[in-house]
Design a protein around this ligand. Structure first.
Ligand code: SF4
Ligand code: SF4
Length: 238
């Protein structure tokens, strides 16, 4: 059995456990309390007298979610990824006629209902992150407390109203690359304007009515000149 080394010190036992009563100066507790009061009186106040004083919130505060319905394709990603399952979407399919004659009909989703239950939402922002079509945005508005919990389910009209309180995106860094969405939109606009210019100059030079029937119609090279009658048995019996 090993013995403790001589330089191993055990902590001193508290005075109360040693059996000796603690000495207290009368009024020392009161003095300590007053000292704390004096110290905190001189500090900056951190509480705010809301609602008399409005809080100064950062512009990107997660207050409420706005829906920009025109961008929503009813892909359901947000509803599937929401950890609280508090996004409710209903839709139906609609057939769209073909864009050009002879094309195929297409079907598209039409939004019937989009609602978010803010009594369940935990403001994680996953729905906004996963939306591939930029249809959901944070708004800093937070004053929508209700006495009836059902009123905290905001339907699409209410979500659209929140959209108008979404702050504008921050300005781009002057040295930043052009965003790919803007570059793609610019290229599409250039292509469309080039196609429109080409269309406006086409009819005068290459119109189909001015050149077709007389020069290349089937009548001019018909059976009279190359048909089987001209090389029939009379000329080919050798
Ligand atoms: S913020 Fe989070 S919890 Fe709230 S609706 Fe979006 S995904 Fe769901
Ligand atoms: S992820 Fe975006 S586009 Fe898809 S259903 Fe949700 S809001 Fe609409």
């Amino acid at each position: 059995m090993s013995r403790p080394s001589p330089d191993h010190h055990t902590p001193a036992a508290p005075a109360a456990s040693s059996g000796r009563p603690r000495l207290s100066i009368p009024g020392s507790g009161l003095a300590k309390g007053l000292a704390v009061t004096l110290r905190t009186m001189t500090r900056k106040t951190v509480t705010q007298q809301y609602p008399d004083a409005q809080p100064e919130l950062p512009p990107r505060t997660r207050g409420v979610i706005g829906l920009f319905e025109e961008n929503c394709t009813v892909c359901m990603l947000c509803a599937r990824e929401c950890p609280d399952w508090c996004i409710y979407i209903d839709s139906h399919k609609e057939t769209v006629p073909p864009a050009a004659p002879g094309g195929r009909e297409r079907s598209r989703n039409v939004l019937d209902r989009f609602a978010i239950d803010f009594s369940l939402c935990m403001y994680c922002g996953i729905c906004i992150e996963v939306c591939p079509f930029d249809a959901l945005f944070w708004s800093p508005e937070f004053e929508y407390a209700e006495t009836d919990i059902h009123e905290l389910t905001h339907e699409r009209d209410k979500l659209r109203e929140w959209m108008w309180t979404v702050p504008a995106p921050p300005a781009l860094d002057p040295a930043a690359e052009e965003p790919k969405e803007i570059a793609a939109a610019r290229k599409t606009a250039e292509k469309l304007s080039a196609a429109a210019r080409a269309e406006s100059t086409e009819p005068e030079s290459t119109g189909p009515l001015s050149t077709r029937p007389e020069s290349t119609g089937p009548q001019s090279t018909g059976p009279e000149s190359t048909g089987p009658e001209s090389t029939g048995p009379e000329g080919g019996d050798a």
